[in-house]
Design a protein around this ligand. Structure first.
Ligand code: NIG
Ligand code: FE
Length: 392
């Protein structure tokens, strides 16, 4: 029988050897290796070991002593939008609080934008993230808030990632009664979004959706076959984390205001605590207590929350630097959270690590160790990105 499409493609790609790796972080049983090499075949990691023992391959990249890390997994981003809110940011830096009220400004701009304009903006942000080492990005809707607009946003998101999230429950649009909107989100809007979405999310917060509404929305998503995630405890304490854990959500995101009971609940659950320090930076809020979560045994992920309101950064290295400096995570914990943690938050086991069999998503860092990602904040250290085995 003839070669399948993927075999034909992989024989065209051939094998790729990366040797001379100063420090290789695998996040697997082989741990961190020095003087290492890695071989990629068919877009997957096929061999990992000492550089001098590496097998030959069709192509070779000499890492010249640089560090190699798994590609970043940005498990929380709101990329389908138009316009920006620079004036809102400037006002906040002059003392205005962040309330989430600006979401409606972005909804109006997004509804007014053409498909091509939205597509160009997502493409620009995905490319920007990729240059900074992100090889998987989750993309949410949530700036459409009608059936037509939410499904349009997800259709465009799906052109860039398989990790698409339906966030019709971002805020209640102006002039619509809340219970009517919740029925729409759980009914016709869900049906319109469903073909393009893998996940459902809800902003559970005072001023957005209350815990009972959040439960109802997540239940409807689950029943439609979507995985669940939730914006929880961002602006104040509340029941969001509890709702996440009881519905076995893949992740509870933000986790800025946690009680000791919330921390215990996360630690005893399969729900990842996804921390978004870019949001605390840009809203000038206290950072989440990563140390308490890690010490309790919770699984922690780091993501950008990239959006035009609360966190307009696509940079995972920036988030790592904040996590290390402001949240007392070690550089190794922050790197794990930005890769393997993000993979857990997306319930993926093929990314976030570089064991044999993993998807060959990785970055060569222009530094001898991963520590430099936090030690040299703001410096573009991502030297080369390899996605699915291909240098990009
Ligand atoms: O994750 N919290 C809700 N949504 C976004 C902010 C959206 C916006 O301000 O446009 C967030 O921070
Ligand atoms: Fe968010």
């Amino acid at each position: 029988s003839g070669a399948t499409g993927s075999e034909a493609k992989s024989s065209a790609m051939g094998s790729l050897l990366i040797d001379g790796i100063g420090e290789l972080t695998t996040h697997g049983p082989q741990g961190t290796l020095t003087g290492a090499a890695l071989v990629i075949v068919d877009g997957r990691v096929a061999w990992v070991g000492p550089s001098e023992a590496a097998p030959a391959a069709d192509r070779r990249i000499d890492a010249a002593g640089r560090a190699v890390i798994p590609g970043f997994v940005d498990s929380h981003a709101h990329l389908v939008f138009a316009g920006d809110r620079a004036a809102e940011f400037a006002a906040r830096m002059a003392g205005e609080p962040y309330t989430g009220g600006g979401i409606r400004t972005t909804v109006a701009a997004t509804r007014a934008a053409s498909d091509d304009a939205l597509r160009a903006n997502v493409g620009r942000l995905v490319a920007e993230a990729r240059r900074q080492g992100t090889t998987t990005v989750e993309v949410k809707s949530g700036y459409g808030l009608t059936s037509k607009e939410e499904s349009r946003a997800l259709r465009i998101a799906g052109e860039f990632t398989t990790e698409t999230t339906y966030l019709g429950a971002h805020v209640v649009p102006e002039g619509v009664p809340a219970d009517e909107y919740v029925r729409l989100v759980c009914g016709p809007m869900l049906s319109a979004a469903r073909p393009y979405a893998r996940w459902i999310d809800v902003f559970c917060e005072r001023g957005a959706f209350d815990p009972d509404q959040a439960r109802e929305i997540l239940r409807a998503g689950l029943a439609a076959g979507l995985g669940t995630r939730i914006h929880a405890n961002q602006l104040g304490p509340g029941e969001g984390v509890r709702v996440a854990v009881e519905s076995d959500a893949a992740s509870a995101d933000h986790c800025t205001h946690l009680s000791p009971a919330d921390i215990d609940a996360l630690a005893g659950s399969g729900t990842v605590a996804t921390l978004l320090p870019g949001a605390e930076f840009s809203t000038r809020s206290p950072y989440p207590d990563a140390r308490a979560l890690l010490d309790a045994g919770a699984t922690v992920a780091l993501a950008t929350d990239c959006n035009p309101g609360s966190s307009y950064t696509s940079s995972m290295p920036f988030c790592i630097a904040l996590a290390v400096r402001e949240m007392r995570m070690t550089p190794a914990e922050a790197l794990w959270a930005a890769t393997a943690g993000g993979a857990r938050a997306l319930r993926r086991d093929d990314i976030g690590h570089l064991d044999v069999g993993a998807r060959a998503d990785l970055s060569i860092v222009d530094a001898p160790s991963h520590v430099h990602l936090a030690y040299r904040p703001g410096v573009p250290l991502i030297h080369q990105v390899i996605q699915g085995g291909e240098p990009i």
